[in-house]
Write a protein that binds this ligand. Structure first.
Ligand code: 9UX
Length: 72
């Protein structure tokens, strides 16, 4: 069973940025699917909650060099 979260991402200004974030998320253990939208400025991630958390996904995005924060 997977869950899905939409994470706002800041600092993506080109298609390569989008590709970087998407590739990094896709390679993260526990991530089932990652789709990053440059125009919307967000990342939609399906993940296995037993393997990874939204907070960890945010940290991964930040480590890649972009801003991310969970909506509240
Ligand atoms: Mo293009 Mo995106 O140099 O950082 S990859 S703006």
């Amino acid at each position: 069973p997977s869950e899905r979260v939409v994470i706002p991402v800041t600092g993506m200004t080109c298609a390569a940025c989008q590709g970087r974030v998407q590739r990094t998320l896709s390679r993260t253990p526990g991530v089932v699917d990652a789709s990053v939208n440059l125009m919307m400025g967000n990342a939609t991630v399906s993940y296995d909650p037993a393997a990874v958390t939204p907070d960890a996904l945010v940290a991964t995005i930040r480590d890649t060099g972009y801003g991310a924060e969970l909506p509240r």
